[in-house]
Design a binder for this molecule. Sequence first.
Ligand SMILES: *Cc1c(COP(=O)(O)O)cnc(C)c1O
Length: 387
Amino acid sequence: MKKIVSKNNNWITFNTPPFVNTGLKYINEAINNKKICGDGPFTKKCNEWFEKNFNAKKVLLTTSGTSALEMAALLCNVKPGDEVIMPSYTFCSTADAFVQRGCKIVFIDIRPDTMNIDEKLIEQAITDKTKVICVVHYAGVACEMDTIMDIAHRHNLKVVEDAAQGVMSYYKGKALGTIGDYGCYSFHETKNYSMGEGGALIVNTNLEDIEKAEIIREKGTNRSKFYRGQIDKYTWVDYGSSYLPSELNAAYLWSQLEIAEKINNSRIKIWNKYFNEFKQLSEKGLFEIPFIPNECVHNAHMFYIKCKNLEERTAFIDYMKRNSIGCVFHYIPLHSAPAGLKFGYFFGEDRFTTKDSERLVRLPLWYGLSDKEVKTIIDAVKEFYKN
Ligand SMILES: *Cc1c(COP(=O)(O)O)cnc(C)c1O
């Protein structure tokens, strides 16, 4: 166990979960309605909000981003021994969902500019066992989706978008999560919009798949059809699990969706401030800042810098901590983790995954972070790089 460092009053947390006052009101409403299990009015409102605003065929709230990925893996109908291509630089859930189905994970390298899967390396990794390409829109910045969808079509592969970080981000005008066959959102407390633990699955394929998704989400029953009055009793029709979240969580999320634009603008404002303040230093080569391709509209999920190397990053995080600022790094590349070694392998050369993951550090960025706090953080970064 790591010792907990006591933090003073001026401590700037790395993350604070989003909260808006109506959240409490809506949770109360759900309780007073005596409807706190899944698929009540708040869940419906959230699903419809995403469908309408993101022009998505079908959106289903889930208990987490992880469970949305698990549902996507089930819908892909993968079998033990099938191969799934994904970046190694991601959260373990991206791989777990397919590992659970007995798949072999083929990790490939990232592009250093966006930290996304390098679309130019995908085709070489395809074998006759490959069934799925699972992309991750890191930091809410889209992967090169036209190229990836073209590869998938030519090789008859499914595309799953891990858009856990990509809610309110776009690629050529299309909302992330609505481009591949299935999209997965997360509403974990570290994400732009949160319900504590929660997520959503987006089904972009066809009615048959939508029906299958509803069945998987409802313990293998056709209860969704029953609720719509399409059948007069419901029964167990296929395999499934329980992937629908409580109304209490959906009510909390709804309070943020109502002001999603405002939350997004406030995050963008902070992100732009970091970007503009650090532009010069990055041009001088002191550290690197994020790159947003022209095709992408991002959601300011994250602001990171890339230090020279691991040693400098350790010193940086330590320096920020001494200045009462919480900065964190991620991810330990999956292919080098114990489970990654067991369930997959790295295809090709690891040019950037390990090297750049060791250099990246995230600055605080959350809804409610004050101008004063942002200034404190910027000053501390500049001070660190003065020496
Ligand atoms: C957060 C995240 C997940 C997992 O989402 P949960 O809601 O925590 O299960 C998966 N993939 C990526 C890239 C994430 O950032």
